[in-house]
Design a protein around this ligand. Sequence first.
Ligand SMILES: NC(=O)C1=CN([C@@H]2O[C@H](COP(=O)(O)OP(=O)(O)OC[C@H]3O[C@@H](n4cnc5c(N)ncnc54)[C@H](O)[C@@H]3O)[C@@H](O)[C@H]2O)C=CC1
Ligand SMILES: CC(C)CC(=O)C(=O)O
Ligand SMILES: [Mg+2]
Length: 350
Amino acid sequence: MTQKKLAVIGGDGIGPEVVAEGLKVLEAVAGPDAFETTPYDLGAAHWQRTGEVLSDETMAELAAADVILLGAVGAAPGATDVPSGLLERGLLLKLRFAFDHYVNLRPSRLFPGVPTPLADSVVAGREVDFVVVREGTEGLYCGNGGTFRGGTPNEIGTEVSINTAYGVERVVRDAFERATRRRNKLTLVHKHNVLVYAGGLWRRIFESVAAEYPQVSTDYLHVDAATIFLATDPARFDVIVTDNLFGDILTDLAAAVTGGIGLAASGNINPTGAFPSMFEPVHGSAPDIAGQGVADPTATILSVALLLEHVGLLDEAARVEKAVLADISARTPGTKRSTTEVGDAIAAAV
Ligand SMILES: NC(=O)C1=CN([C@@H]2O[C@H](COP(=O)(O)OP(=O)(O)OC[C@H]3O[C@@H](n4cnc5c(N)ncnc54)[C@H](O)[C@@H]3O)[C@@H](O)[C@H]2O)C=CC1
Ligand SMILES: CC(C)CC(=O)C(=O)O
Ligand SMILES: [Mg+2]
């Protein structure tokens, strides 16, 4: 296989810590020459030093990569030295939008032996293994809003969700295709009882595409009810398709019920291949544990497995998954291992 160009953005907080372990496993499984790795120093510290979040020049370099691995960006939720949203919007969402990552793929699987808050009766004898296909380029994350009458008692803040027929149809089609490669079940999650315009568009497109996939059984849940079933009957799900914000929220919940946010992987995919896809853990920069060497790198390592699969290294991807599964099953509840210990163990096992 020809060498792939891999751009690496560690980012903020635990981002660089978990990415280091992801790269360790990548090299262990694929060898030192499979990827030409270029690190990019981006995030809060870079902005503080240079006043720049993401230059056009860096953007052009990233666009020329085959694939991107990202840790996380963003400051502590209460921080005042970095404006809220500066890095999330100016870096992370900029990459997702510019590289047209319209499929934000977030698999969730309850691995054997993993502690879960789910009741025994919910999981006993049932497999929890589903994937959320979250729309990644539209919805409420477009930045379509503003503040009016700022500084007055009558201030108004707006944030308008953008949903295009083009954008909804392509992600819904992707979800149907994925369902056919899995257990042929697809659930649309929205809130069309209240968000009648956006929800109505999603529903109509979903129903019209469904007619082309008679083998896929479909259902619909309002997002509030979906949270109930994620906690009480997650085994009912195979593929879920939903919008950008609902998908963001549902996948943190999905992570929490399937072993925790430290295990949740994701891919921001541009299925056309016109731009590099980007792989990252679902979690953020976790400022509360940054610098302590205790972050779980498993989510990043599983994101590396998704990356390998994306570039066609299927055997390597399967080996990473298998090594993670073995590592997770061998974990003793209550025993803590450092970030590097987990990375070392998985790298040794691949
Ligand atoms: N993709 C990205 O770059 C994302 C960035 N963020 C940003 O990250 C910052 C922190 O956001 P939060 O809302 O606190 O979410 P978060 O996901 O960073 O942390 C939530 C909780 O999960 C824990 N946690 C997260 N990853 C972990 C891991 N690998 N191992 C063990 N524990 C882990 C944290 O310690 C914290 O208690 C914010 O600036 C936010 O905007 C948040 C989500 C995604
Ligand atoms: C930080 C946000 C832009 C996104 C987020 O929380 C996510 O993609 O999971
Ligand atoms: Mg999130």
